[in-house]
Ligand binder design. Structure first.
Ligand code: BGC
Length: 306
């Protein structure tokens, strides 16, 4: 099971196109993550953009080799790695049409990584959402585990609820008995604070200037994460906060306060967490200036720990 402090290497291997696929990400960024005191990374991967649309839905071997290099480089640096299936929105939008392809992708990924160390973890799907139903998703999780478990009996598999992995959707998530399952949630509340100015959210430009930090706002974070942790302990499975973060348009002081509050509460509850993201529009690291956004780094990994 993944534990401790993590960060998402987002907007790199989770993009489309013919390559080189790495985007902003460079090997030295892994060294920076280690030096800052992080324990693990979440490596979002857009498998669906690099696989045939027809059976047997083969994954492009060049892309697979490329992902291998990033996984192995990160493991070799002592970090745990979670690979997910990112941006497979067609699966949420037309579940029946895409279910076989989803399972075939996991069949290939699971077989390919079967011999990797236990510090590599799988996450079945990033942010499943409407119109996929809770029943549809719960059934698909069972089917995916039937595909993954023969080759990876002990590997941690993370599964998140609908509504883009919202805490509120946890009660609809029904997981099969499996000692190596973990639940994953994403935390972006209040959304109009974390996503103010985000260009892909309609109306988010009207949220710019939203601040954060009142006592009742801290209480809401504590309440939400405590509810998630209670759900997990009631179900006897570990919980991971696999994404939380703020878009760059927010004021840095408020972003850092919110980030610290979520991080501290997750740690008090004993939850592993991963900030979204390292190097792009929510970035804890500014790749253009080649320096950490210090208030965010201090909120995530305060000095005593690095
Ligand atoms: C998406 C990103 C987005 C982030 C915050 C991630 O799951 O892949 O594109 O910026 O969530 O909304």
């Amino acid at each position: 099971m993944v534990a401790g402090r993590g960060i998402n290497l987002g907007n790199a291997l989770d993009t489309k196109g013919d390559g080189p696929w790495t985007g902003w990400l460079r090997p030295r960024h892994i060294d920076l993550v280690v030096a800052a005191g992080f324990d693990w990374v979440r490596l979002p991967v857009m498998w669906s953009a690099h696989a045939d649309l027809r059976p047997p839905y083969g994954i492009d071997p060049r892309f697979l080799t490329f992902v291998d290099r990033w996984i192995d480089r990160t493991l070799a640096n002592g970090l745990d790695v979670v690979i997910d299936m990112h941006h497979y929105d067609e699966l949420s939008e037309a579940t029946d049409t895409h279910a076989d392809r989803f399972l075939a992708l996991w069949d290939q990924i699971a077989a390919h990584y079967a011999d990797r160390p236990g510090r590599l973890h799988f996450e079945l799907l990033n942010e499943p959402h409407d119109p996929m139903t809770a029943d549809g998703w719960n059934d698909l999780v069972v089917a995916a585990l039937e595909v993954v478990r023969p080759t990876n009996p002990d590997r941690t598999v993370i599964v998140g609820p609908l509504q883009a992995n919202a805490v509120e959707a946890l009660p609809q998530l029904i997981l099969p008995p499996d000692p190596h399952l973990a639940a994953g949630v994403h935390y972006y509340a209040p959304f109009r604070f974390t996503h103010q100015g985000a260009p892909w959210i309609p109306a988010a430009d009207q949220w710019t200037g939203t601040t954060w930090g009142a006592e009742d706002e801290h209480d809401r974070v504590r309440h939400d994460l405590a509810a998630a942790a209670t759900w997990a302990s009631d179900h006897g499975i570990p919980l991971v906060v696999g994404e939380f973060g703020t878009y760059q348009a927010g004021e840095m002081g408020a972003r850092a306060r919110w980030t610290r509050c979520v991080r501290e509460q997750a740690e008090q509850l004993g939850l592993a967490w991963a900030y979204w993201d390292l190097g792009t529009d929510f970035g804890a690291y500014d790749v253009h200036r080649d320096t950490w956004n210090e208030p965010l780094l201090q909120a995530l990994c305060p000095p005593a720990t690095h």
